[in-house]
Write a protein that binds this ligand. Sequence first.
Ligand SMILES: NC(=O)c1ccc[n+]([C@@H]2O[C@H](COP(=O)([O-])OP(=O)(O)OC[C@H]3O[C@@H](n4cnc5c(N)ncnc54)[C@H](OP(=O)(O)O)[C@@H]3O)[C@@H](O)[C@H]2O)c1
Length: 273
Amino acid sequence: MASIPTIPLNSGAHIPQVGLGVWQAPSGAVTRNAVLAALRWGYRHIDTARIYGNEQDVGEAVRSSGIPRDEIFVTTKLWNEDQGYDSALRAFDDSLERLGLEYIDLYLLHWPVPGKRLDSWRALERLFDEKRARSIGVSNFLVPHLTELLGRAKHVPAANQIELTPFLQRRETRALCKQQGIVVEAYSPLVRGQRFSHPVVREVARGVGRSPAQVLLRWGIQHGVVVLPKSTHPERIEENGDLFDFALDDAAMQKLDALEEGLTTGWDPARER
Ligand SMILES: NC(=O)c1ccc[n+]([C@@H]2O[C@H](COP(=O)([O-])OP(=O)(O)OC[C@H]3O[C@@H](n4cnc5c(N)ncnc54)[C@H](OP(=O)(O)O)[C@@H]3O)[C@@H](O)[C@H]2O)c1
């Protein structure tokens, strides 16, 4: 079975460097089968969220996999309308119940909601102190959001999950995270399929004899981030995890590093004050 390396978090936990994303994986058998296919192949990290509507299926697959709970890393996220101190605590309980788990490995603030994110963070700190969330972190936090949080926080976030690809590199955010010991997680690392035919990506893929998807993911791995590719197809799930028996040389990395174009495929948190 394949083995995926882990990265240490400031909580003392270790996060597998590839996680299966399940955003837009339909609830029911499709999500359950994708999670089971991933776990069978060797993934040990699943990234869900309350707003994805499939926490229950993720939990069922994790529990029925036969793999010990402490070998699987499960992330879920606090959705925007649940932000605030008391409502965040309630939302966490609801997520835990849907997942059918005793604890969450990583609980994230999904979005830097203005006026609420600091209260929400205090709730996550409490969940961490109570060991119900083994690590806590944020998502879509850029430098201004992180700076504000770091000025108030008791606990530094363990991770920051942001959109990150060669076409959107968030260099300042990554530099601040590195300085603070915050692990960066790359979401939409396949650019949601929008750049597989980019000539540079194709050229690099030809050079290493791998697929464009593997090149995009390997770029993130070599930058030391966690990558969260989503697929519901077993053969793609396998392809997306199979990143550790090849490397991109300096010239290939430089070509990919030169592709920055500020491309956001979803929402841009830069607009959030
Ligand atoms: N924190 C946040 O705000 C946030 C926002 C967005 C995403 N995320 C997380 O990041 C995960 C990944 O991001 P994403 O779902 O936006 O997009 P993504 O992983 O960049 O791309 C997913 C798309 O690529 C296709 N695909 C997957 N592997 C492929 C392969 N090897 N070859 C060709 N096509 C392939 C998938 O189709 P099939 O499924 O049909 O294979 C799907 O259409 C999400 O699932 C979620 O967990 C977090």
